[in-house]
Design a protein around this ligand. Structure first.
Ligand SMILES: [Zn+2]
Length: 383
């Protein structure tokens, strides 16, 4: 039987760092542990606490110094991420059997939507030469997401010697679902990434012309766009200006830059402004396998009680000016889920009518096969 060849996919960690520098990274994990037990995701308000954190970060920075001069990939195992199994090749019965007997063999599944989703069989990246994990408990992603991150950060290390680890903020909870304070980050495809800084590497530090390491950050952004399946990146408008003028100085393909920063009718800009993104980048990946496999496995996961179905929990009387999009956002669900719950085809809602709003608990079903658009590539790298 073909299932015999399925891989077990436990929650594993990437690149456990076990060189002589590991004690230095102990300082990092200490900081990470602190961050993970703090109630707030962002550095706390009082100035002295922030200064203390900056001091700790600065101290660990000094310790990391000599390490960074070592060969970049030393001590890191080769990426363990195999391409997850393509579930569309299984018959319904075969799939039912796998879900029943060995759900871990399904690989990472990104269920539902970023705003109403769940994550199964996650992967947890670990602090290494590449990353410093800010809050390990909320840093679980799919195999594809973590492999994409690793790939892009490796590109930075390859282009710029002595690159320090990049802060990795929230991805998702181990099982996905609602993660405060975000609306998204529910299905293992959204990642909060630090910027690279010229000095004083600190999580949630504001990126400006003075602080931003524009060379490294641009290499990171370019690698994310050209070497991984990125849906979009949220980057503050002012930081975008810095990146764009640097890219122009490097004589990047102007047409490609236009697509990346301004977009077109066919595809909106990949880099978008959203308030609050001068301190970190939010990247959302497409996961061709984890999304499509999740869609295919969904009914079986429901019948095996591995996930909950989306349940109706509230009746809402529509008011003038309400839109499906606004309701979906307010209740942490999706337009499609509301449409399905109410048998709506369009997006019109009528004032004073009562609508059923599905609960955010179970991941919303995805009706259509997931289509990952082609990557947006500069002229020089098109064949
Ligand atoms: Zn985010």
């Amino acid at each position: 039987m073909r299932f015999e060849s399925f891989r077990m996919i436990p929650v594993f960690r990437i690149g456990p760092f076990r060189s002589k520098g590991s004690s230095h990274f102990g300082t990092h994990s200490h900081l990470g542990a602190q961050a993970s037990t703090r109630r707030t995701y962002r550095p706390p308000g009082p100035r002295f606490v922030r200064l203390a954190l900056a001091w700790v970060a600065g101290a660990s920075l000094a310790l990391v110094g000599p390490l960074a001069a070592e060969p970049l990939h030393r001590g890191l195992e080769a990426s363990k991420f195999a391409v997850p199994f393509d579930l569309s090749t299984l018959s319904g019965d075969q799939l039912a059997q796998v879900v029943h007997e060995r759900p871990t063999a399904l690989g990472s599944l990104s269920l539902g939507y970023p705003h109403n989703g769940q994550l199964l069989n996650p992967v947890q990246p670990q602090s290494s030469e590449l990353f410093e994990i800010v809050a390990p408990d909320f840093c679980y992603g799919t195999e594809e997401t973590v492999a994409f991150l690793e790939r892009a950060v490796r590109a930075v290390h390859a282009a710029h010697p002595a690159t320090l680890p990049l802060h990795l903020g929230h991805i998702s909870k181990p099982g996905g679902g609602y993660l405060s304070p975000h609306l998204s980050h529910q299905s293992g495809r959204d990642v909060d990434l630090g910027y690279y800084y010229k000095e004083k590497r600190t999580w949630y530090r504001r990126a400006t012309a003075e602080t931003l390491d524009v060379e490294r950050t641009w290499t990171l952004v370019k690698a994310l766009i050209t070497e991984t399946d990125v849906e979009f990146l949220f980057i503050d408008r002012w930081v975008q200006t810095l990146l764009k003028s640097h890219a122009q100085k490097l004589k990047e393909d102007p047409e490609w830059l236009k697509q990346v920063f301004a977009g077109s009718v066919e595809r909106p800009a990949l880099i978008r402004h959203a308030p609050g993104h001068a301190t970190h980048i939010h990247v959302r990946f497409f996961n061709p396998k984890a999304q499509e496999n999740a869609r295919i496995a969904y009914p079986h996961l429901i019948s095996e009680h591995i996930i909950e179905p989306v349940v109706v929990f509230t009746q809402y009387t529509a008011r003038k000016g309400d839109t499906l999009g606004r309701l979906a956002k307010r209740y942490g669900t999706t337009v499609r889920a509301i449409q399905q719950a109410n048998g709506l085809r369009g997006t019109t809602i009528v004032a004073k009518r009562i609508y059923k709003i599905p609960k955010a608990g179970g991941p919303a079903p995805v009706a259509e096969p997931v289509a990952t658009p082609a990557r947006v590539l500069p002229f020089s790298s098109k064949s």
